[in-house]
Design a protein around this ligand. Structure first.
Ligand SMILES: [Zn+2]
Length: 122
């Protein structure tokens, strides 16, 4: 009971954020993981927190208002295309011009075939 009282601070006067003991927060406030499990993402700042004592000290989890959460932000077609172009660039060897199955090593800056001096033989 002591722990419940200790972290009972819905006004946030003690902890700076509206705070409840673990499992006591209002049901419209969810952790990020809970939102993700619902297919949502927080699109707003932290609304509140839950706090509890553990063997490793005081633990907290931030809470978001489920009414202000929404689906994950979708990437536009343009963003998807530019990401794909960037990936292709990282796979394409500037020495032989071939697109490889793997990302080129940033140290070698060319495909392993060229780096091994095998381009002429390949
Ligand atoms: Zn190459």
């Amino acid at each position: 009971m002591g722990a419940v009282r200790k972290y009972w601070d819905p006004e946030g006067t003690t902890y700076g954020l509206p705070t409840w003991p673990w499992k006591w927060a209002p049901s419209h406030l969810r952790t990020r993981d809970q939102l993700v499990a619902m297919g949502l993402r927080p699109h707003q700042p932290i609304a509140a927190q839950v706090m509890w004592d553990s063997k490793r000290g005081v633990r907290r989890a931030y809470l978001y208002d489920v009414a202000l959460a929404g689906p994950p932000k979708r990437r536009s077609a343009g963003q998807v295309a530019s990401l794909e172009a960037a990936r292709r660039k990282r796979r394409t060897c500037p020495t032989c011009g071939r697109e490889r199955e793997y990302y080129l090593s940033t140290a070698l800056k060319e495909c392993t075939t060229c780096a091994d001096g095998l381009a002429a033989a390949a």
